[in-house]
Design a protein around this ligand. Structure first.
Ligand code: 6GU
Length: 240
């Protein structure tokens, strides 16, 4: 998969080259190119923003600079353009899976009060454009949201995780939160590992884990239970 990111703070994205994703890049599973938006300015001040039409606080990113950047980056094909904004549709695990199936993503990081809407309207004439939010809170810019999304997408690419079963057992993959995990020692600060996990009875272990996931989801995210598809809960689940 190819990922391009356009930002006025390219070094902000450096952490994506660490650890698991760094290895995926080194192994050629993922190509990550980060571009400085100011490279497409023409004035001495390298201005990327201006005051908003209609008044109000803050600054809006200028359309000409973004237009030239996207024209040049997208000249060779049709990527999916992703624009992080708190005003976007929610980024979920389902969206991460959808992105992981794309050959090419371009992320356009806005700062200030966002990017002139015509940049997105114009791009949408040539490519799919998604405005997405990573949650109901406001960040100072799209860079950290892009890091979140790239990490969520990259770990789903074939070969990136050592053990692909990890992705299959994630929270959300079955619509429920994952339950608790334990490792040695058997007793730590007088707290014991639940007996069932040491029983060797894999049927009982699976049932226990499912019940833990259901209880945790019920308490922490009842909205997820309401959203489960018809038939997702069996009669043992409903007895919980
Ligand atoms: Cl994607 N961008 C910004 N700037 N703030 C956010 C966000 C995105 N998602 C939640 N808050």
């Amino acid at each position: 998969m190819r990922i391009d990111v356009v930002t006025i703070f390219p070094e902000y994205l450096d952490p994506l080259r660490q650890a698991l994703l760094g290895r995926a890049i080194d192994r050629g599973l993922l190509t990550l190119d980060v571009h400085d938006l100011r490279a497409w300015t023409h004035d001495v001040h390298k201005a990327v923003d201006d005051s908003p039409y209609g008044g109000g606080p803050g600054m809006v990113m200028k359309p000409q600079v973004w237009g030239e950047a996207l024209d040049e980056l997208c000249a060779s094909g049709t990527p999916r353009l992703v624009v992080p904004t708190p005003a976007g549709r929610p980024f979920t695990q389902a969206v991460a899976r959808e992105y992981a199936a794309q050959p090419w993503l371009v992320f356009a990081c806005g700062r200030y009060e966002g990017i002139d809407q015509r940049v997105l309207d114009d791009a949408a004439r040539r490519m799919p454009v998604d405005e997405v939010s990573i949650g109901d809170y406001v960040l100072v810019g799209g860079e950290v949201a892009v890091m979140v999304m790239v990490e969520a997408v990259a770990r789903l690419l074939p070969g990136v995780l050592g053990n692909p079963a990890s992705a299959e057992q994630d929270s959300f993959s079955d619509g429920l939160l994952e339950g608790p995990s334990y490792t040695r020692p058997e007793v730590w600060r007088d707290l014991a590992v639940p007996d069932v996990l040491r029983s060797g009875n894999h049927g009982a272990i699976d049932r226990w884990r499912r019940d833990q996931a259901l209880a945790r989801t019920f308490h922490r995210r009842p909205d997820l239970l309401d959203a489960l598809p018809e038939g997702a809960l069996d009669k043992h689940d409903r007895a919980q």
